[in-house]
Every structure is written in C-alpha cells, then in structure tokens.
Design a protein around this ligand. Structure first.
Ligand code: NAD
Ligand code: TYD
Length: 360
C-alpha cells in the first residue's frame, strides 16, 4: 500500500484531492492529512472519509519541524503532496507575515523532513519517493490583454502580491532542492480553481453566497480582470498524473484555456442561479444584476492570468474534463445541498473579516 502525506488536506483543493484519490485508488493507498486547521481548514470537508482505516488526520503546523519529523518517523511516506498554504491575496495584502511563515518556512520544513527521511548515504534517494509542490500561476505575474499571451513553464517569475511572492519563494526553494540535492520533486503551477468546499472569501463562492442572500456583489476595479478558471477535480487529476507520470525535477503548468473577465463570471453565476432555482423559491426574488456593485480596486491587482497547458498535455496527456458551464452548475448544486456548511464557515471569524474587508 502506498502512503501519501498530504499537507493542507482540510482546505479547498486538498480536501477535493483526498476525495478524488480515494475514489480512484480506494483501499490501495493510505492518506495521512496534516493540517493546522486555520480559518480555511475544515474537517467537515472530509466527513465521508474520516472513518476509513486508510485515512489518518494529524493536526499540526507545517512550520513545526518536530511534529513533521515525527510523522516521517512513524510512517514510511512514499509521496508528499504539499498544499498547505495561506492562499488568499486580499488577506496577504492586509497581513503578509503569516504568508511568509507558512508558505516559505513551512515549505522549507516539509522539504527538509522529506529529504532527511528519504536520502541515502550516497546522496541518492530511496526507491519511488516523490514530493509534489502545489503552486499557482500567480508567480508569473500579470499578462497584458493580448489573447496570444500565455504563461509557459519558461515564463520569468514576476510576482506582485505578498501571496504570490511567498509562493514564488517556495517554488524557488523546491527548485533549489532539485538542483542542489537532486531531490525527487515536481512543481505544478495551476490557474484559479473553483468547485465544492471553496471558502467564500474567493470570487465564485462569495458571489454565489451573496447573490442567494440578496447581498451586494463586490466587483474590484472595472471588473475586466481576467482569470483562467479550472474545475477543482481536473486539478486533482492533474496533480496525480504529474506525480505518477511527470519527469522528476520538472515543472508543469495546469490550466484549461478558460479565461473569463470577473464581470462575465458574475453574470454567468446569476443566470445559472436563476436557471437552477425552482419556481416559487423565495431566493429567486433576491438574485438580481442590481446587486452588482463596483468597489475600490485591489492594490496591485494583476490584470490577466492565462495558462498554456501545452507541456502537461504533450508529455502526460492531461486534459480538463469539465466545461465551465457544467462545472459552475455542479458547484452551485453543491452549495444548494450544503447550506449548513456555508452557514458554519460564514459565522464567527468570517463575519468580522467580511465587515473589515468590504466596510459593511
Ligand atoms: P485553502 O486556503 O482553502 O486551504 C489551505 C489549507 O492549508 C487549510 O486547510 C489550512 O488549514 C491549511 N494550512 C494553512 N496554514 C497551515 C500551516 N501552517 N500548517 C498546516 N496547515 C496549514 O487553500 P486552497 O485554495 O485549497 O489552496 C491549496 C494550495 O493550492 C495552496 O498551496 C495554493 O497556493 C495552491 N493553489 C490554489 C489555487 C486556487 O485557485 N485556490 C490555484 C492554484 C494553486
Ligand atoms: P480571487 O478569487 O480572490 O482569486 P485570485 O485573486 O487569487 O485570482 O479573485 C479572483 C478575481 O476576482 C480577482 O481578479 C479579484 C476579483 N474579486 C472581485 O472582483 N471581488 C471580490 O469580492 C473578490 C473576492 C475577488
């Protein structure tokens, strides 16, 4: 049985990845999920797997070297899939330090502990051990509004927000381990994800949640910033394929050529909500374009992100499976079925964040 150490598995992408992996590999893998359970980590995301014999949860901070070392000492880890991070750009603008601690120091601790556990005296590594660092396309900076300009694996790093700067630093640490110690790792740089379990501070779940309550839909700047959206299961599949089939030491960009302006996303969500809400549902009265509210722009707001997924397609055969219209319907259906989840994550600390962020 292959043993995975997944960091940040209680967050949005990590929990979807864990569900994907258990669907695909069933009881042939053991997953150990290490998560600090910050505001973004939620064990409710993993209710369906928590009773499985081949799933283990460890509450720990990835910056805590002793805690991480202990996991490697107690289990023969074959694969590390490193998601844990502070992940929200707006929070990084307000409070950068925690991003540097978790994203940079935490990655260094993960790399060190894996190397300690896996390296042999001659500098080679134990058979089959692999580390995958999950990163973002935001490290490449911002593209012009030119439909022919894309991010490639060879694009220079040019991060602008404290979030992307911290992720860029963590990517460079992984690259340094690959070059210096021949460490068996890959990096994936993915575009914006959406889907079930996404915390409603990010654009898509925030708009769904606000629209259903008749609350304002905040649009930063002119609403024409472009993001390249990928359904989260397609990302999970890409991570697994890169780890199994990718060339060690290589970086792979993951994205599905699905660029949309933020304002287009908001219109699609509103239309889809009205298509999906049954006649007579009182929320139909609340969902309206009149809720769209232009607000002050994000500081240093990157204009456009767009991935060229040529390398992952050519070398590994990865293709996205979920068209945006289908993905957004699945996401909205999930939120309809998980009202309680949304209520739980938007109470307490989130209320305070929301009021401070949007001055409401
Ligand atoms: P998230 O914020 O939803 O989840 C992060 C998880 O990490 C949470 O469960 C949190 O509790 C945990 N965590 C945070 N600090 C920790 C620490 N010090 N020790 C242990 N656990 C800690 O994030 P996400 O959207 O799921 O993103 C996961 C990864 O994917 C991140 O590395 C992010 O940079 C990357 N990524 C995200 C996107 C996206 O669109 N969301 C796109 C590309 C790449
Ligand atoms: P977000 O989901 O925070 O992801 P990222 O900043 O990592 O791309 O934001 C996606 C886009 O939506 C980004 O251009 C900022 C914009 N945005 C809004 O216009 N209003 C909002 O309330 C939020 C959260 C984001």
């Amino acid at each position: 049985m292959r043993t995975y150490l997944v960091t940040g598995g209680a967050g949005f992408i990590g929990s979807n990845y864990i569900h994907y992996m258990f669907r695909k590999y069933k009881d042939t893998i053991h997953i150990i999920n290490v998560d600090k359970l910050t505001y973004a980590g939620n064990l409710e995301n993993l209710k369906e797997v928590e009773e499985l014999d081949n799933y283990t949860f460890v509450k720990a901070d990835i910056c805590d070297k002793e805690a991480i070392r202990k996991i490697f000492a107690e289990h023969d880890i074959d694969r590390v899939v490193h998601f844990a991070a502070e992940s929200h750009v707006d929070r990084s603008i307000k409070d950068p330090e925690v991003f540097i601690r978790t994203n940079v120091l935490g990655t260094a601790v993960m790399l060190n502990c894996a190397r300690e556990a896996w390296e042999l005296p001659d500098g080679s590594y134990r058979e089959g051990k692999k580390f995958l660092h999950v990163s973002t396309d935001e490290v490449y900076g911002s593209l012009p509004d030119d439909p022919h300009a894309f991010f490639y694996e060879t694009s220079p790093y040019d991060p602008h927000s404290p979030y992307s700067a911290s992720k860029a630093s963590s990517d460079f640490l992984v690259k340094a381990y690959i070059d210096t110690y021949k460490f068996p790792a890959n990096i994936t740089n993915c575009s914006n994800n959406y889907g079930p379990y996404q915390f409603p501070e990010k654009l898509i779940p925030l708009i769904i949640n606000n629209a259903l309550q008749g609350k304002k839909l905040p649009v930063y700047g002119d609403g024409k910033n472009v993001r390249d959206w990928l359904y989260v299961d397609d990302h999970a599949k890409g991570i697994d394929m890169v780890q199994e089939q990718g060339r060690l030491g290589e970086t792979y960009n993951i994205g599905g050529h699905n660029e949309k302006q933020n304002i287009e996303i908001i219109h699609i969500i509103l239309e889809t909500l009205l298509e999906m809400l049954p006649q007579g549902d009182p929320r139909r009265e609340l969902v309206s374009e009149n809720l769209i509210t232009y607000v002050e722009d994000r500081k240093g707001h990157d204009r456009r992100y767009a991935i060229a997924p040529d390398k992952i397609r050519a070398e590994i055969g990865w293709e996205p499976e979920t068209m945006f219209k289908e993905g957004i319907r699945k996401t909205i259906a999930w939120f309809f079925e998980h009202e309680e989840w949304m209520k739980n994550v938007t109470s307490g600390a989130y209320q305070k964040y929301y009021q401070e962020m949007y001055q409401e």
